[in-house]
Every structure is written in structure tokens, then in C-alpha cells.
Design a binder for this molecule. Structure first.
Ligand code: KE4
Length: 434
């Protein structure tokens, strides 16, 4: 493929101005390309599996706005629903029928969820779920896993993944030691470490929170028995099990990752897909736990735009399309096709022994290392320079993967054979240069 020289003039000018007005020039750190270097391009528009930058360059998009764009960008059904909803008012701060419809949908799709509360982000959902677990159990400590990212709430920015891993600084400044000290961050897939933490903190642990299939340190795959072990340990020690399905929920299956794993958490958090690209989060689970929330119980949580009618309309339309189009089966098919193509390319390359390709459904990631990647430490030990070369090699060929080895790739229903073929052609050109 002749690699066209891509003009980035307008992106550069916008970024230069953004840097004078917005910290790092971005409203969320992962967008800043800090993990790969260089400057981000600025999006002009997106449709289907593609995004166009302000200089007119187009890219097959595997970031999908970090998960929400599961149908592809600007799906007709979502745009229509948003227009209808917005025409009747964009926010009321008064209960609406759409919130009941969304709650009914989540409860019916995710059997472990008996009651659910909407928020405006995944961060809020995770923060609230942790507060609820502490209020329900009367305990303060929390177990999480290194590299898992549950938003930027203080208790959860401890050895967190995603953007927090950019400079190998998984902890954030500004989080009081007294709060961070209540969070025990353990290696993913290490049940012995969890067992020991419960033993050493008897009666003190309110909850274990985990991304069932972590997507914020690249994609990690849970080993057989890991989640069953977490369930057993939480039951034995009177702690709650929280599955953070903000990324995996309504993506890996109708019932989220927990459907395939077959373990019933006490609480789950959601976001991304159920907002159809609008600001949404949700948390739900056992009714006896959820009823500890105000105004019924004493655990306070609130939000001006929680259950926003336009966001609900977008999310409901997206979920309806996923069901109508037999979306989960098709996402598995396109994921398998991309995986087979990538494995074929790497198998014939000099890199064949030093790349780990992880995929679950429509989520995937690549680690450049000869060793298996079981947890955050293994992921951090992978070769970031090779990843950086892959990223930019693909970008200049019109394929946009996450600008960090510590993120997952996302496929959508708009990624068809043409997009996969175009992607594999670009990969086949770049891999020999790595
Ligand atoms: P938000 O507050 O960004 O809506 O959700 C936080 C969150 C919670 N839990 C999981 C499993 C998540 O993946 C996220 C957010 N994911 C990142 C992508 N790695 C969002 C992108 C960003 O931070 O800009």
C-alpha cells in the first residue's frame, strides 16, 4: 500500500490552542496520545466503523469512543430516538417513563440485577457501588486488582489501569493516604493473594470489585475458577462481590461478562453501551443491598442528570438494535475473523513468538512479549516501543487502534468484511517493520 502523506495541519493548530486552555489539551488523559507519543488528531465526524479527522483523513476506528459505539458511530436508530426525545425536552429532574423502561431492560437482561440506579458516568456508578457496599456491610476496606480501572473515584485510583498507567504511575496524587490505605490492590488471577488479604483483614473488607474481563490494562483473560473463587471467598467472609461491567456490560453478551462466566455478583456497574454515546452509568444488584440507597436507606447517592431522558432514549434504541440485529452473535463472528487474520499475519512474521493476542467477543488487545500475560505486571513488561510503532504504522494507513497498550480494542456491528480486510492489509504491511 502506498502510504499517503496525511495532512494534520488543522489537528495541530487545534491541539496547540487546546493546550493553552485545557490541561494537556484534552478532557480525558487517554486521548492525549501520551502512551505512544506525538499529538492526538481531532475528530470532525464519525459514521459506522469510521472516524474522520478535521483534516479529512479517515480511519477504521477500533476505539469506538472507548466502548459505547457498539453499533458503529451515529446509528440511524439512535439518532432518530435522540431527536424524538430531545424534542420533548432535554432534562426534567422529574421521573420519566424512559427511566423505568431502561431499568426494566437492565433487570431483564442481567439476572443478578434486581434493582438498578442510573448515573451519568461509569465513575459515578463505581463510586456509588463501593459506598453502597460499605454502607451495607458497615466495613471500610476494599479489594481491587492492579490495572483494573473503575473510574477516577478516590478509593479506586489505587494501582488503577487505563490512563492512570501512562507513566507507570497507577496511583493518583491528591488521594489522601487515609483513603488509599483502605484499598488493597492485588494481582488479577491470583486467588491466593485474595485469600490472604481476607485472612489478614478479617471482618474489615466490604467488597471485592473487579472488571470480570479487564479491558484497562490491555485485555486480560480470567483464568478458570478465578471468579468462582472470588464468589466463594466473599461469601465466606461476608463481603460483597462487585463486577464492574462498565466496559463489558451489554457488549460481551446480553447479560454482560457475568453471563458467560456464570458467577452472580452482588452488585454490577454499567455504562458506555447503555448510553448510546451519551453520558450514562448505572449500578444495580440484590434488592436488599440496593434498598440501602436514599431515599429508602441511608447511603446517599444522587445526580442532576441521572436517567436523563435523551440519554435513556439513546441507550434504549441501541439495546433494541443490538437485539434486533442479533448483535452479540455477529460481534463474535467479526471478532473471530479479525483474530484469525491477525494470528495468520503474526504466525508468518519474525514476531510470531513474541506477541500475545487476547480476544473476548468484540474486545481485543495485543501485547508484544514472549511471556503469557496474566496480570498487570505482565502487561507492563510488554514491549511498548513495538506497540508504538504498530500504532503509528496503522494510523498512517488509516487504522486507529487505542493509543496505548493499556487499553482494549472494540469492534462494532459496523465493522464488516471490508473493514477487517482493510485492517489486515495495513497490519500485514506494518508487522515486518516492527
Ligand atoms: P467513565 O467515568 O469514564 O464513564 O467510566 C469509568 C470506567 C469504569 N469502569 C470501567 C471498566 C471503565 O473502562 C471505565 C472507563 N473506561 C475508560 C477507557 N479505558 C474511559 C476512557 C477515558 O477515561 O477517557
Amino acid at each position: 500500500m502506498i502510504v499517503p502523506v496525511r495532512s494534520l495541519v488543522r489537528s495541530k493548530a487545534l491541539f496547540a490552542e487546546a493546550l493553552t486552555l485545557i490541561p494537556g489539551g484534552v478532557n480525558s488523559p487517554v486521548r492525549a496520545f501520551r502512551n505512544v507519543g506525538g499529538e492526538p488528531f481531532f475528530a470532525e465526524r464519525a459514521a459506522g466503523a469510521r472516524v474522520w479527522d478535521v483534516d479529512g483523513n479517515s480511519y477504521v476506528d477500533y476505539v469506538g469512543t472507548w466502548g459505547p459505539a457498539i453499533l458503529g458511530h451515529a446509528p440511524e436508530a439512535v439518532l432518530r430516538a435522540v431527536g424524538v426525545a430531545a424534542a420533548s425536552g432535554t432534562s426534567f429532574g422529574i421521573p420519566t417513563a424512559r427511566e423505568v423502561e431502561m431499568a426494566r431492560k437492565i433487570v431483564s437482561w442481567v439476572p443478578s440485577v434486581e434493582k438498578v440506579r442510573m448515573t451519568s458516568s461509569g465513575t459515578e456508578a463505581c463510586m456509588a457501588a463501593v459506598r453502597l457496599a460499605r454502607g451495607f456491610t458497615g466495613r471500610d476496606k476494599l479489594i481491587k486488582f492492579e490495572g483494573c480501572y473503575h473510574g477516577h473515584g478516590d478509593s479506586l485510583l489505587v494501582k488503577a489501569g487505563s490512563g492512570a498507567l501512562t507513566h507507570g504511575e497507577p496511583d493518583s496524587a491528591g488521594v489522601p493516604a487515609a483513603i488509599a490505605g483502605l484499598t488493597l490492590s492485588l494481582p488479577f488471577n491470583d486467588l491466593a493473594a485474595v485469600r490472604a488479604a481476607f485472612e489478614q483483614n478479617r471482618g474489615q473488607i466490604a467488597a471485592v470489585i473487579v472488571e470480570p474481563v479487564p479491558g484497562n490494562v490491555g485485555l486480560l483473560l480470567p483464568e478458570p475458577g478465578f471468579h468462582e473463587g472470588l464468589r466463594t471467598l466473599c461469601d465466606a467472609h461476608g463481603a460483597l462481590l462487585i463486577f464492574d461491567e462498565v466496559m463489558t456490560g451489554f457488549r460481551l453478551a446480553k447479560g454482560g461478562a457475568q453471563e458467560g462466566i456464570g458467577v452472580r455478583p452482588d452488585l454490577s456497574t454499567f455504562g458506555k453501551v447503555i448510553g448510546g454515546g451519551f453520558p450514562v452509568g448505572a449500578f444495580g444488584g440484590r434488592a436488599e443491598v440496593m434498598d440501602c440507597l436514599a431515599p429508602v436507606g441511608k447511603v446517599y447517592q444522587a445526580g442532576t442528570l441521572s436517567g436523563n431522558p435523551v440519554a435513556m432514549a439513546a441507550g434504549l434504541a441501541q439495546l433494541a438494535e443490538l437485539e434486533r440485529l442479533d448483535g452479540f452473535r455477529r460481534l463474535e463472528e467479526v471478532g473471530a475473523a479479525l483474530e484469525a487474520g491477525l494470528r495468520g499475519i503474526f504466525a508468518k512474521s519474525a514476531r510470531s513468538g513474541s506477541v500475545q493476542l487476547h480476544r473476548r467477543g468484540s474486545m481485543f488487545s495485543l501485547f508484544f512479549t514472549a511471556k503469557p500475560v496474566r496480570n498487570c505486571a505482565d502487561a507492563m513488561a510488554s514491549d511498548r516501543e513495538v506497540f508504538r510503532k504498530l500504532f503509528f504504522g496503522l494510523l498512517e494507513r488509516g487504522v486507529y487502534i487505542a493509543p496505548s497498550p493499556f487499553e482494549a480494542g472494540f469492534l462494532s456491528l459496523a465493522h464488516g468484511a471490508d473493514e477487517v480486510e482493510e485492517t489486515l492489509r495495513a497490519v500485514a504491511e506494518v508487522v515486518p517493520t516492527l
